[in-house]
Design a protein around this ligand. Structure first.
Ligand SMILES: [Mn+2]
Length: 340
């Protein structure tokens, strides 16, 4: 079995191995991703269900379960990561002193799958995968590498990983009308993503760092967008719904007239918003018209259970009994961690 297969089978396969193995693994991933150039937009067919995960930040255990879920179907379902695979590794590492953190294993595991099945496992970039373009606070990936490999070797591995991240696409649109990106949308004069082009700083900043206006905190990078702006952007690009990660304030709650859903797939944020380690299925229906058409699952005791998200507009008088108390809970559970 080669290194890519070994890492795809076990996220911690590289742990404790000589640094030459890290380089051999990165060589193999580089070769497999040679055709990928970090375009601003990828188009995904809707002939199979697509499983989408949000920010994972080193929680490779949850990510492994998500990938397994998608791959357990025949044919395999497609899988999309919304970015932020690294940094601020899981707080619940079983042995924090012997196991530095999960960023390395999480990124390696996902890259192994992207190399093994490039048309089926799609990794979009989060702001944490673009620190060369926009500085990210609270980075831990390099620190984790320095604890895992001889410190003087760490930087070249780190640098090679960032080279690979530069090749990941920034956003995707499914054939049935779902827009997928880490944080947000570009400013209005750059809404039309229709023409394939290398991603530039303006578009990248919007996709990776922006937040809906309800969740916006001024981080000195990124923009805020209103419900009307999101609707205009989606219409321009032939979509009806956006699924994103990034700011977890409204995690698990549909917003903007059921056009916008934020999910995270990390134990780091599982108690924020409406709570949970979540995964979204985009079904194979002809047109996704609202977040009600999506299937959301929550990781409970190691398995993905159906999860009823809070919707914006009740479908009937009885469907949505406690919107006011849910709103209050949203505000009181705003995250007190650093920038997502
Ligand atoms: Mn983020």
């Amino acid at each position: 079995m080669d290194l890519v297969d070994s890492v795809a089978n076990d996220p911690r396969h590289l742990q404790g191995r000589p640094v030459a193995d890290y380089h051999a693994f990165l060589d193999a991933v580089e070769e497999a991703l040679r055709g990928s150039d970090g375009a601003s937009l990828l188009r995904l067919p809707s002939d199979r269900p697509i499983q989408v995960i949000g920010d994972s930040h080193g929680d490779y255990a949850s990510v492994q379960r998500a990938v397994r879920y998608a791959r357990a179907h025949d044919p395999s379902q497609r899988f999309v990561g919304l970015g932020d695979y690294i940094d601020r590794a899981s707080r619940s590492e079983p042995e924090p002193t012997s196991l530095p953190g999960g960023s390395i294993w999480n990124l390696a595991f996902l890259l192994a799958w992207a190399a093994r099945a490039p048309d089926e496992v799609i990794l979009l970039r989060g702001n944490h995968e673009a620190p060369r373009r926009f500085p990210v606070p609270s980075m831990t990936f390099l620190k984790e590498l320095r604890r895992e490999v001889p410190p003087r070797e760490a930087f070249s591995i780190y640098s090679r990983c960032l080279d690979l991240c530069d090749r990941l696409p920034a956003a995707a649109i499914t054939e049935n009308g779902v827009f997928l990106a880490h944080g947000g949308i570009p400013p209005p004069h750059r809404w039309d993503l229709g023409r394939p082009s290398p991603v530039d700083a303006t578009v990248l900043e919007g996709l990776l760092w922006s937040d809906p206006i309800e969740d916006y905190q001024d981080r000195g990078v990124g923009f805020s967008y209103s419900a009307e702006e999101l609707a205009g952007f989606l219409r321009t690009n032939g979509c009806a719904v956006m699924v994103k990660g990034h700011a977890p304030v409204h995690l698990g709650r549909s917003m903007h007239g059921d056009r916008l859903l934020t999910i995270h797939t990390s134990d780091l944020f599982q108690e924020v918003g409406h709570e949970g380690i979540l995964m979204v299925e985009i079904p194979t229906i002809r047109a996704v018209r609202s977040t009600r058409d999506l299937i959301v699952r929550r990781l409970v005791d190691g398995s993905w259970r159906p999860y009823a998200i809070q919707h914006d507009a009740p479908r009937s008088r009885t469907a949505d009994p406690l919107p006011d108390s849910a709103e209050r809970r949203d505000r009181s559970s705003a995250p007190r961690v650093g920038a997502p």
